[in-house]
Design a protein around this ligand. Structure first.
Ligand SMILES: Cc1cc2nc3c(=O)[nH]c(=O)nc-3n(C[C@H](O)[C@H](O)[C@H](O)COP(=O)(O)OP(=O)(O)OC[C@H]3O[C@@H](n4cnc5c(N)ncnc54)[C@H](O)[C@@H]3O)c2cc1C
Length: 423
């Protein structure tokens, strides 16, 4: 653990401090940086003791309400938990990726699922005994969420799903420990002026007949959790495995992305904080020309720039998580209910897109800077920086939505609807 502390936690609640200290204690025993590095070198599958450990810590889907078996945490709590997890896992792959995907999407599945899906899949996943993920992306592309080709046709009281999903996190892990995916398919004719309509979301267990996983990708980073996909050939799921209402999958999917992106933002703050701490320890110690590296402006001022950006990002995540709490408190967060009074959903989406765009890039750039500050040592996997760079990059290029897509969401709200590129 780093000697330099760049973490002032006096504004945390007692419960948040308790989460922070128990996660750090758990990580010291079970997930030191050396193990994060090793897991990223050796590749998936993601070790079961860590999945179980995260479940026991209560960090997976903590925001599921108490009456449905969750801890009933606020998004402000879950975002701080995400930060601590990013801090212990700067590869954002092992614990952080798993927690963020599982919690953001798991919570949203829980909101729209029937009792059977909740009992059989959500509850075990909360305990770290299963995996719940998102299967949105298709071979034709991931950004255009309203134009997917997978289909669903109703036959009696079942739905028959066909098509392929690709670049999906955790398929290998779900096969191993059980679980399933939020899967979007088209269930009605495509309307050219409103392609997002007639998309429906289903929960599809990974072991359903007709579902065949595809080969894992050999990714640049985030190697401790698998990325692959699956083909669905006449996959049958019961009517009650539909999430929410028929034809409204696009809206629910946007909600799921919002939830996952808040946690990615929180995790990336934690990653940046840890990288700065680790780098600070080194540059204060290492001397060239008779002085510590930290004394040279070329290094100190770059360090300070990243520190300022990190603390500004931290405040942004807190603001955004608090907006999400208001949204769920009002239970009117969907504009179509007419109940959202404090923030418009698209306004919250803009803030969420800002943290999803900015903070993973900050974490990646900090890792890049730190490699320069450390010289050859920074380039070696003896230190965490190159592992972190490779891992965080996944959230810059695409995972949970590409960078430009976030900018389109922000542009829509700042310049107006007339300037969105897809119209
Ligand atoms: C490690 C990893 C894990 C992933 N895990 C999952 C998962 O669990 N589930 C899942 O469903 N998906 C997952 N994805 C896929 C991810 O959701 C997609 O990468 C993302 O949605 C972008 O889709 P794409 O990669 O097909 O890029 P494309 O949609 O082909 O876009 C390519 C590039 O063009 C940009 N672009 C697209 N449209 C525009 C436009 N109108 N204007 C300007 N620029 C544009 C994009 O930002 C992107 O940079 C994962 C990706 C990675 C890297």
């Amino acid at each position: 653990m780093a000697v330099t502390s760049l973490w002032d936690d006096r504004d945390l609640t007692d419960e948040q401090k308790l989460f922070k200290s128990s996660i750090l204690r758990w990580a010291e025993r079970n997930l030191p940086l050396s193990r994060v590095i090793k897991m990223n070198r050796e590749g998936h599958p993601f070790p079961q003791d860590i999945i179980k450990g995260l479940g026991e810590l209560g960090v997976i889907m903590g925001t599921v309400p108490k009456e449905r078996g969750g801890l009933g945490l606020r998004w402000t709590d879950q975002a701080i938990i995400a930060e601590v997890i990013g801090y212990i896992d700067p590869s954002i792959a092992t614990a952080a990726g798993f927690m963020a995907v599982g919690s953001g999407w798991g919570f949203t599945v829980d909101r729209y699922a029937g009792d059977e899906v909740r009992e059989k899949y959500i509850r075990p996943a909360m305990r770290g005994e299963g995996f719940v993920g998102i299967a949105s992306t298709e071979p034709g592309g991931g950004s255009d969420v309203s134009n997917f080709k997978c289909t669903g046709v109703k036959e009696g009281d079942e739905w028959v799903l066909n098509g392929e999903k690709t670049f999906i996190s955790g398929v290998e892990e779900a096969q191993r420990i059980g679980g399933g995916y939020w899967v979007n398919v088209r269930t009605g004719p495509k309307q050219d002026d409103a392609p997002h309509k007639n998309m429906t979301a289903f929960f599809v267990p990974i072991d359903t007949d007709g579902l065949t996983p595809t080969e894992p990708y050999d990714d640049a980073g985030r190697n401790a959790i698998s990325t692959s996909g699956f083909i669905m050939e006449d996959v049958r799921v019961p009517d009650e495995y539909m999430l929410g209402e028929e034809g409204k999958g696009f809206y629910y999917t946007m909600e799921g992305f919002d939830n996952a992106r808040i946690l990615i933002g929180g995790s990336a703050v934690g990653v940046t904080r840890r990288l700065l701490e680790e780098a600070a320890d080194y540059i204060k110690e290492r001397e060239t020309f008779g002085r510590p590296l930290a004394k040279y402006e070329g290094i100190q001022f770059e360090f300070v720039e990243r520190y300022i950006e990190m603390e500004a990002s931290n405040l942004m995540v807190k603001k955004v998580a608090a907006m999400q709490d208001v949204r769920y408190d009002e239970e009117g967060w969907l504009a179509r209910t007419g109940k959202a009074t404090t923030y418009r959903p698209k306004e919250i989406a803009k803030w969420i897109a800002m943290i999803k765009y900015k903070i993973p890039h900050l974490a990646k750039d900090t890792a890049d800077d730190a490699m320069h500050w450390l010289g050859a040592a920074g380039y070696s996997s003896e230190f965490i920086f190159e592992t972190a760079w490779r891992g965080v990059m996944s959230y810059c290029v695409g995972a949970e939505g590409g960078a430009n897509i976030q900018k389109i969401v922000i542009g829509r709200e700042t310049l107006g609807n007339d300037y969105v590129p897809y119209r």
